[in-house]
Write a protein that binds this ligand. Structure first.
Ligand code: NAP
Length: 271
């Protein structure tokens, strides 16, 4: 059985990955403040500045696969991922790095494909690009870059915030001209398992196959919930234009049964 180490196993993405992987692989995970659902001997408390501890964990678990779904200080994370790659360079381990639509937040003129060169404006986007590059430079084709849009889950902060706002009849601020795609935590985990099991390589743009403006996405949620709701429509940057914060794919190796639409995401969340 192959061994997988999930860095950040206690987070939204990490938790969904553990659920999807735990019966097929020997799964280990790190956490920072909250324990994961794994047995205690299979999880490790780790802060991104603890590079020696990272080394110890890699030595003791000898993972075939490392999935990074960490958050934390950008500079520390960059050092951490460089150390991770240097420690794996003499092994055959593969790394799956969770990245983001923000690597394209320097160009909102169109949705972006895997083949587009990343261009970021935000510190977050710039850090993610640097981290992608460090891993690729050191580990080459053993690095897989998994770029994802906003992730929703029944137990995600985003979803809880909407439910809370509705309960308390609070105003929800939305962009009326920002086209996005979205994804579910559980669907991301299924897609990633497919990528791992089939040895797919390179960069992946995962996300709903269709795109909606942020306001349309929220309108659909609220109309399905029924009752009255308060959306405040804001323009993203200029009024007259459409902006895209979205990932598009030109890969055809993720099968249709793993694709998802915004409507299916919303139905699942409301189900
Ligand atoms: N969620 C999204 O919508 C989204 C969208 C695009 C990209 N991404 C990327 O996907 C990855 C996973 O996101 P997520 O939403 O699952 O994040 P999350 O829920 O915030 O989880 C982050 C994980 O990192 C750990 N962590 C936080 N600070 C840390 C630190 N200083 N040192 C070590 N570990 C630390 C957390 O541990 P504790 O929980 O135990 O504190 C948790 O396990 C991230 O790399 C993120 O950039 C996420």
């Amino acid at each position: 059985m192959e061994k997988i180490l999930i860095l950040g196993g206690s987070g939204l993405v990490g938790r969904a990955l553990i659920n999807e992987l735990k019966d097929k692989y020997e799964v280990y995970a790190t956490y920072y403040s909250t324990l994961t659902s794994l047995p205690v001997e299979k999880q490790f408390k780790l802060e991104v500045n603890q590079l020696d501890k990272l080394k110890e964990i890699l030595n003791s678990t000898q993972p075939d696969i490392v999935i990074s779904c960490l958050r934390g200080d950008f500079e520390r994370q960059l050092k951490f991922h460089k150390e991770l790659a240097l420690n794996l360079v003499q092994t055959r381990s593969r790394v799956y790095y969770l990245s983001t639509t923000n690597v394209f937040d320097g160009d909102f003129s169109k949705p972006h494909l895997e083949t587009d060169p990343p261009i970021a404006e935000s510190d977050y986007g710039k850090y993610k690009i640097e981290c992608e590059n460090v891993l690729k430079e050191i580990l080459g084709k053993r690095t897989m870059i998994i770029r994802i849009p906003a992730i929703w889950g029944k137990n995600s902060q985003r979803w809880n915030m909407i439910i809370e706002s509705i309960k308390e009849q609070k105003m929800i601020e939305v962009y009326s001209n920002l086209v996005c795609n979205n994804l579910l935590d559980i669907q991301l985990a299924r897609q990633l398992v497919f990528i791992i099991e089939n040895g797919l390589k390179g960069v992946f743009h995962l996300g709903s196959v269709d795109m909606l403006t942020q306001s349309q996405f929220f309108e659909q949620i609220l109309s399905k919930l029924g009752g009255s709701f308060n959306l405040r429509y804001n323009p993203f940057q200029d009024h007259g234009q459409t902006y895209y914060f979205a990932l598009e794919t030109n890969r055809n190796d993720i099968p249709d049964f793993l694709h998802i639409t915004n409507n299916e995401i919303i139905s699942y969340l409301l189900g």
